[in-house]
Write a protein that binds this ligand. Structure first.
Ligand code: GTP
Ligand code: MG
Length: 247
């Protein structure tokens, strides 16, 4: 997948529904019946239709979360303490990326298994001004009664070995379809501008050198992540000295 290039993922989805149908339906071209894991032979258009319906709920879940974040951003911008949300990046994993992740985690290529095990098909990144904003926005989102946080990974409190920092949450959000309500998982990544800057660069370097990043480069990247974290602290302190803490 291409986590640092959400736009590319989104474009790939439209295309992927045609091109990647065999990846989801299985190499024999068999489609899976809705709600079952049994393989049923199906003409080509049925597999595409099944995939479209599978992907659709993630698109809707993403739209729901997106709207919530837009509302928060617009409202907070009018509170006079400044908007803590710098920018927002939604992305839908393409069928190709879903199939690749399924292979990586040894998940059978049935819609039921994919639904249960791949929880980041819908993803949204919220880039905030300061570290405290990351937690404030996460809190504002998860306090909403229809947003159900099912997993949190705090890579700010406990950065990854390579220096990566961000707050990751999987939240479930209800999507109201014509005949049922579906709880759709969405991966929400929150980070500061400095963390985002580091992560996008690290991603490029990782992909360029994949899988072997030279040790000297790895060390320097980790040191750069520390620099970014120091800059975050400094900018937040400066902001507080000028404006006081955000309300
Ligand atoms: P995935 O299977 O890749 O989704 O990882 P995971 O299920 O172990 O989840 P985790 O929360 O660790 O990472 C999810 C996402 O966070 C990734 O897909 C990336 O978008 C981002 N991410 C995690 N680690 C790194 C990292 O070291 N560098 C960068 N640039 N992004 C990362
Ligand atoms: Mg992921």
């Amino acid at each position: 997948m291409n986590p640092e290039h959400p736009g590319a993922e989104q474009r790939g989805t439209v295309h992927g529904q045609i091109v990647e149908r065999h990846a989801i339906a299985g190499p024999d071209g068999a489609a899976r019946a809705a709600g079952t894991t049994a393989a049923v032979p199906a003409p080509f258009h049925e597999a595409t239709d099944e995939l479209t319906r599978f992907m659709m709920v993630y698109k809707f879940g993403l739209a729901e979360i997106r709207t919530k974040i837009d509302i928060l951003a617009e409202e907070l911008a009018h509170r006079g303490t400044g908007n803590p949300i710098e920018h927002v990046n939604p992305r839908l994993k393409s069928a190709a990326s879903i199939a690749a992740k399924a292979r990586r985690i040894e998940c059978p290529l049935t819609f039921d298994d994919l639904r249960a095990r791949i929880r980041d098909i819908a993803g949204i990144r919220i880039v905030c001004s300061f570290v405290s904003d990351v937690y404030t926005v996460a809190d504002m989102l998860t306090r909403q009664p229809d947003v159900n946080p099912v997993q949190t990974k705090d890579y700010i409190a406990k950065p990854k070995d390579n220096g990566y920092r961000s707050l990751h949450m999987i939240v479930e959000i209800p999507v109201f379809l014509s005949d049922q309500v579906v709880a759709v998982p969405v991966e929400v990544q929150l980070r500061t501008v400095a963390m985002d800057f580091w992560a996008s660069l690290e991603h490029k370097i990782y992909y360029k050198h994949n899988p072997d990043i030279p040790p000297a480069l790895r060390d320097e990247l980790a040191a750069a992540a520390e620099d970014a974290a120091r800059l975050d602290k400094r900018m937040e302190r400066l902001h507080q000295e000028i404006h006081g803490p955000r309300r």
